[in-house]
Design a protein around this ligand. Sequence first.
Ligand SMILES: *Cc1c(COP(=O)(O)O)cnc(C)c1O
Length: 452
Amino acid sequence: MREIPSIEQLRQRPAVRALEETFGRTAVVDTLRAAADALRRRTAAGEPPPADAGAHLEAEIPGRLATLWSPSLQPVINATGVVLHTNLGRAPLAAAALARISTLGGYSNLEYDLGTGGRGRRDTHAEGLICRLTGAEAAVVVNNNAAATLIALAAVAAGREVIISRGELVEIGGAFRVPDVMSQSGAILREVGTTNRTRTADYAAAISDRTGAILRVHPSNFRVEGFTARPALGELVALAHRFGLPLLDDIGSGWPGPVPPPAFLRDEPTPAQSIAAGADLVFFSGDKLLGGPQAGLIAGTATLVTQVRHHPLMRAVRVDKMTYAALEATLQEFAAGRAATTVPVARMLAMTVEQVRGRAAELADSLRGDLAADLIDGMSTVGGGSAPGSQLPTCLLALTHQTLEAAGLEARLRASTPPVIARIADDRVVLDLRTVPPEEDGILLEALNAIT
Ligand SMILES: *Cc1c(COP(=O)(O)O)cnc(C)c1O
């Protein structure tokens, strides 16, 4: 035991001193102590001590410090083919969005009016762009679409009944359940119709002097097929307006335009269509089909958007400058008509199966070592509770390893640097390059070839 140098002696070693420069004294001392304690315990348990305990500890602590220091949030390669993968951070950001964020690391006019030199408003950033893309009079940005729904209901209909179809009382992953959000907002749920069929007359019969609004919710993550009925938005708008009520439309995702969405998404509602049909407020996510940062966009009439802005919850759901930076840059890519090549989500959705196959074939040909791959047909999904049932044909790389079974190989891929997240289908690990940015094909190949 006496052979283990003291912590102070260890700290005098040049290599340890260099580690203190990087990690700081406390982390290095704690790590030395933990490593020395572990060595003492091993020796006491009968393990032969190392010839030079000091050198042994010096060699051990960089690894321990690296583990301690590795960030909790780290990049991964999404090879699942789920474009909006909520567990993997949903929308990857556009280069333009990242560049804009990096210009806004310092001070900014977040709440400063450069014209008057006085206090300005945070909640008007991005408004002009959102209005131009949606055709709305006014718009405001909050933390996510759940927050948008919550604050809009609270601002417009607290204490009053909100009429909604039983077919739209949905749960969107995690804990977003429309009835629960409604009750948290202070609005009173007034459900009408049935799961599969709700008519305009059902809504009309429920309107009374207690009604505060009619709410439409896009059943984003499932599809009811067969004997179904749902009024057109325009019909509901006409009904609501006949009674002086606002029509609120939660479309969930929403391709912002002006370029048309990929053909397979043409049945998805867009914010512009919703505003054109007369909705008073429409809500949608910043990080679904829009492909921007996590945010909730609320667009609609100036009167109702002002009500939302002035609601006390606004302070709790407002967004940071980095969100505005990324959102404005992403919206500009759409406004300029080049999103299909510059916004990753739009680019991935627009990629043809031939393009995916070309990259997959190249990668398969470059595999060395214990892995081999076949190209097979498959389907990518939009994900993120968007476009249920939409088909997006793709080409998959089905991997086989000399010795590992699918589950073992999947775990090894997940342990790569960077981690590669794959799917298992029919007992094989499959990779879908649709969700891997083409510029990361090389990194993916290296990770695959490192698996032995
Ligand atoms: C996804 C979704 C939400 C929640 O949006 P977040 O941005 O994830 O908070 C709400 N409503 C609908 C219809 C959705 O699809």
